[in-house]
Design a protein around this ligand. Structure first.
Ligand code: NDP
Length: 329
């Protein structure tokens, strides 16, 4: 028997999340059984711990869109008992049972071997959010970003994606400008490596201006909404924005075609969920190499399974700072 956070739905349609005991027979059929050591809390987890946001197909459901642990049993040649693995994406924790459980059973295709230099706790301090930050930085680099080009803007900076992006970019030698709606997080962001703090309000007014002064050499945007509309008009000539999230709304308000056709700005879509294996592996190896582990540790807020119902609500309200690490040991 082992513990898991199980979300169930009443006849009246209301969902309830509680820690319950499950057995191996309760787990779905798949090739690899993993003893989960750590998981984390993402925006999607907040939805799936709560009413589901349309992501969960069937109840009872075990949320947790990412986890890291040790293989216990495997019917696939790529993995054997004792291997350390990490899983993000593939709709695990949404359409499939996820990582808020001391045991998980998943497809071998969904796993990535943990790179050397990263343990399972650090992997979940990074989590889907940090992997996505790395994929964003890789996309910006692939489109020409280099240290010395000027400040790189990170929006939603005190959140999970933003915190890891700030630390990564700073350690790679970039000047980092961090946008936050929480001025009390300035010291935290400067410790991660931000050299400039931009107040959220400076970028939330929708304007009809075709272009603004050229300020940013790149951007990792976790917010979208009015902020992305403004940021696009402030990009330097020929630079790129990695569009990651929608914490400020799904539309790009006030956006015009002008930054694209007059400044050659690129908007690069970043998806971590269906990302091919080779790029995931490359990103995890880059994380192990480029992300300073002391900065990562400074982002961590520890938690256990029983903390998750509250944390799920907090992340939906934008109240989680940095990265939550859920200990399942
Ligand atoms: P967090 O909640 O940890 O961070 C989001 C941050 O955005 C907040 O901390 C806050 O930062 C800022 N924010 C929140 N609400 C608003 C608002 N109304 N206007 C402006 N800024 C706001 O979430 P994550 O970092 O984990 O995820 C960020 C986004 O990225 C989410 O939309 C998530 O769904 C998406 N995502 C996408 C992935 C992909 O594969 N493309 C993978 C992972 C996440 P501050 O307080 O500093 O202002």
């Amino acid at each position: 028997m082992f513990n898991a956070l199980v979300v169930d739905k009443d006849d009246d349609g209301k969902t309830h999340a509680a820690v319950k005991e499950l057995s191996l027979d309760d787990l779905p059929h798949a090739e690899v059984t993993v003893a989960v050591e750590y998981s984390t809390v993402n925006y999607k987890d907040g939805l799936c711990i709560g009413p589901g946001g349309g992501l969960v197909r069937n109840y009872p459901h075990v949320p947790g869109i990412d986890f890291a642990g040790t293989v216990e049993a495997s019917d696939d040649d790529r993995y054997k008992p004792g291997d350390k693995v990490v899983l993000t994406g593939w709709r695990v924790g949404e359409a499939h049972w996820g990582g808020y459980s001391q045991k998980a059973r998943v497809k071998a295709d969904w796993l990535v071997p943990l790179p050397k230099g990263l343990d399972t706790r650090q992997a979940m301090a990074v989590g889907t959010a940090g992997l996505t930050s790395m994929l964003s930085v890789m996309a910006l680099e692939d489109h020409g970003l280099e240290p010395g080009h000027g400040p790189v803007l990170v929006t939603g900076a005190a959140g999970g994606v933003g915190s890891v992006a700030v630390a990564l970019l700073a350690s790679l030698g970039h000047e980092v400008a961090a946008v936050t709606g929480r001025p009390e997080q300035e010291a935290y962001l400067r410790d991660l490596g931000a050299t400039q703090i931009v107040a959220r309000e400076e970028l939330t007014e929708v304007t009809r201006k075709p272009l603004e002064s050229e300020l940013w050499a790149g951007c990792v945007d976790a917010v979208a909404g009015a902020m992305l509309g403004r940021v696009l008009k402030q990009m330097k000539y020929g630079t790129s924005v990695a569009a990651v999230g929608l914490a400020g709304g799904a539309a790009i308000e006030g956006a015009l075609i002008t930054p694209f056709i007059l400044r050659g700005v690129n908007l690069l879509g970043i998806d971590s969920v269906m990302q091919p294996f080779a790029n995931r592996q490359r990103a995890w190896e880059r994380i192990a190499r480029d992300l300073p582990m002391d900065k990562l540790e400074a982002m961590v807020q520890p938690a256990t399974l029983s903390d998750l119902p509250k944390l799920g609500g907090d992340i939906l309200k934008g109240q989680v700072k940095g990265r939550v690490v859920v200990d399942l040991n």
